[in-house]
Design a binder for this molecule. Structure first.
Ligand code: FAD
Length: 456
């Protein structure tokens, strides 16, 4: 068709954009982009990196999607952006057009790579949660196709470098200075922030201990990134290289999976005993990267005058026990916990409680299992008169063997139990105790009485 003036109408075609390699990002994964390209526009050079022939490229973006390192990106040239602008003005391309949305969507800095775990120590003694985090960190690093690194600060901490390798680290960043002997927020914060800014890890994990909570929050604030505290699950969205951080939310009524799409590093803390302890492999080695903290004692406001160690008490750490017999509101009163003490004693374990038992004053807070209590992972967990509210389950559901005793057939505790006994605990627990005593007597007929008693 011709215009009235006689000049042909110039029809603008919507540009498709192009793809390009982001320098330094390719991990030479084995030519996945080349094999995915339907237009044969990609060939690999001798470093295993793609060379893209833009004359052949049809901008299907299959290479962008398949790249595990997000090393290829889609973009519009300046001329194409001008055309898009024209089309937008004339209404041909709507502002909601998916391509434009994608192009305009803000993304996190893609130069961050690697998974880091903070190895927490006090005067050379490591917090075991550090090794648990190296265990889960190994899986995350494998899924991302990157290195797993530990970072450790302190004074005279050489032994922790070796241990970090044994628990799976490929690399250890280490600052060993007297100023770091005892934890203080200022020097540890500066050391962590300086290292992260220098080496840019995409994921940083810390233990949700007193020390870890203090440090993680301060680091996330200074780096202006997100921190998900007390995660119970960590996985990777491989397509988008995002850390999926799962934790209870809204009072524990839902499990929320939190993503940090825009900021780096992605930071998460995990409580002790939530993740399994990985196998220690003797003789594993890796690379050590030494660094120096540029800070003098005078720069630090807090001074450590004296370290007072807690005196040994009859304190029981239920999170370290192999057998736990826990009671809930169904126990009806503190005196009935003696029944559980006896059972726990026979099994060489100790007693624990739901929050209902603690709130009622029947058991001390240090024995509470759950979201606002301790996370436990014993070999055997016996739940007596506990309904199985989600806030309780998040603290014990990873126990190796769970036996629940409850008179309500529909109690949610049965959903996570390996064995469930429906009935009155005041009949069932004494019956188990008698059976166990008999069993122990049969094993050792000369023993006067079986092992028993609790340390509470
Ligand atoms: C923010 C928040 C945090 C929380 N944190 C925790 C936490 O850390 N830990 C925790 O445990 N809870 C926590 N709670 C509380 C939680 O929601 C539940 O209220 C609590 O776990 C219930 O404890 P329970 O199972 O002992 O009591 P109930 O829910 O009252 O259950 C008692 C059970 O005993 C059974 N029973 C009664 N008598 C007998 C009998 N004779 N024989 C056999 N069975 C019997 C009943 O059938 C029932 O199932 C939290 C709640 C909130 C909102």
């Amino acid at each position: 068709m011709k215009e009235a003036s006689g000049t042909p109408e110039k029809k603008l075609k919507k540009p498709r954009g192009k793809v390009r390699l982001i320098p330094g990002k390719c991990i030479a994964c084995g030519a996945r982009c080349e094999s995915e390209c339907p237009a044969d526009s990609i060939v690999m050079n001798d470093k295993g990196e793609p060379v893209i022939d833009l004359a052949k490229c049809i901008s299907c973006r299959k290479c962008v999607k398949v790249c595990p390192a997000q090393a290829i990106e889609h973009f519009y040239s300046e001329e194409e952006l001008a055309v898009l602008e024209e089309l937008k003005k004339s209404g041909v391309v709507k502002p909601t057009d998916k391509d434009e949305e994608e192009a305009a969507e803000p993304r996190a800095d893609q130069s961050y790579r690697g998974v880091w775990v903070f190895v927490e120590q006090e005067d050379g003694m490591v917090a075991p949660v550090s090794w648990e985090l190296l265990g889960v960190g190994r899986t995350l690093a494998n899924d991302l196709g990157v290195e797993l690194a530990a970072f450790v600060f302190g004074s005279k901490i050489d032994h922790l470098i070796n241990e970090s390798f044994c628990y799976g680290a490929d690399k250890v960043y280490c600052i060993d200075q007297p100023i770091l002997r005892h934890y203080r927020t200022q020097p540890y914060l500066k050391a962590t922030v300086d290292l992260i800014r220098k080496h840019k890890p995409e994921v940083v994990l810390m233990g949700a201990t007193g020390l870890g909570r203090d440090l993680a929050g301060a680091v996330a604030t200074v780096l202006e990134t997100g921190l998900t505290a007390d995660c119970t699950g960590l996985t990777i969205d491989k397509e988008n290289r995002l850390l999926e951080q799962t934790r209870p939310a809204f009072g524990g009524n839902i499990m929320a999976t939190i993503l940090n799409k825009l900021h780096r590093p992605q930071m998460a803390s995990v409580r002790p005993h939530v993740m399994p302890m990985p196998e220690r492999i003797d003789g594993r080695t890796g690379q050590v990267v030494w660094d120096v903290l540029d800070m003098a004692e005078d720069d630090i406001d807090t001074k450590v005058l004296e370290v007072l160690l807690e005196k040994a008490t009859d304190h029981v750490d239920i999170s370290g026990m192999e057998v736990l017999v826990a009671g809930g509101r169904g126990m009806l009163g503190p005196e009935n916990f003696k029944l559980l003490d006896e059972l726990a004693g026979l099994l060489k374990g100790t007693t624990a409680s739901s929050r209902a038992g603690v709130d009622a004053g029947w058991m001390p807070y240090e024995r509470q299992v759950g979201q606002t209590g301790k996370t436990v992972r014993p070999k055997l967990y016996i739940a007596c008169g506990i309904s199985g509210a989600i806030q309780h389950l998040v603290g014990m559901q990873d126990s190796e063997l769970i036996i629940a005793i409850n008179r309500d057939k529909g109690a949610p505790i049965f959903e996570v139990s390996h064995f469930g006994i429906q009935g009155d605990l005041f009949t069932i627990v004494p019956a188990i105790v008698e059976e166990l005593k008999e069993f122990i007597r049969d094993q050792n007929p000369y023993a006067k009485s079986p092992v028993g008693g609790d340390t509470r």
